[in-house]
Design a protein around this ligand. Structure first.
Ligand SMILES: [Mg+2]
Length: 109
């Protein structure tokens, strides 16, 4: 079964409301995993963060099937927000902070 067929089967079996609620739940889990990674940026937390990102990506793909018009909104909003981000970056010469470093050579624990 191909990826898209699996998503369709899940929506048919559990219903669009349950799968949209799963998008909400997985998004919250991603938010919590992000918080935990920032608190303790080690391998286990990075794995958990990656796992939650995968969950959210899967639910986003299902939501694109549930509500296909979201795809164009995502494309347009992504383009708009990337332009806005670039504009902001162009205004500031030096970044104020760097992302947490998970590189083993620079880790304390
Ligand atoms: Mg999850």
């Amino acid at each position: 079964m191909e990826e898209k067929e699996i998503y369709k089967e899940a929506i048919n079996r559990y219903g669009y409301v349950a799968q949209t609620e799963m998008l909400l739940e997985e998004s919250l889990e991603l938010a919590l995993a992000t918080r935990k990674f920032l608190r303790e940026p080690k391998d286990k937390r990075l794995f958990d963060l990656g796992s939650e990102i995968a969950d959210v990506l899967i639910m986003i793909e299902q939501f694109k099937i549930i509500s296909p018009e979201i795809e164009q909104i995502i494309i347009e909003q992504k383009e708009f927000k990337l332009k806005r981000l670039k504009k902001g970056l162009d205004k500031t010469a030096h970044p104020e902070s760097q992302p947490p470093n998970t590189n083993k050579e620079n880790k304390k624990n």
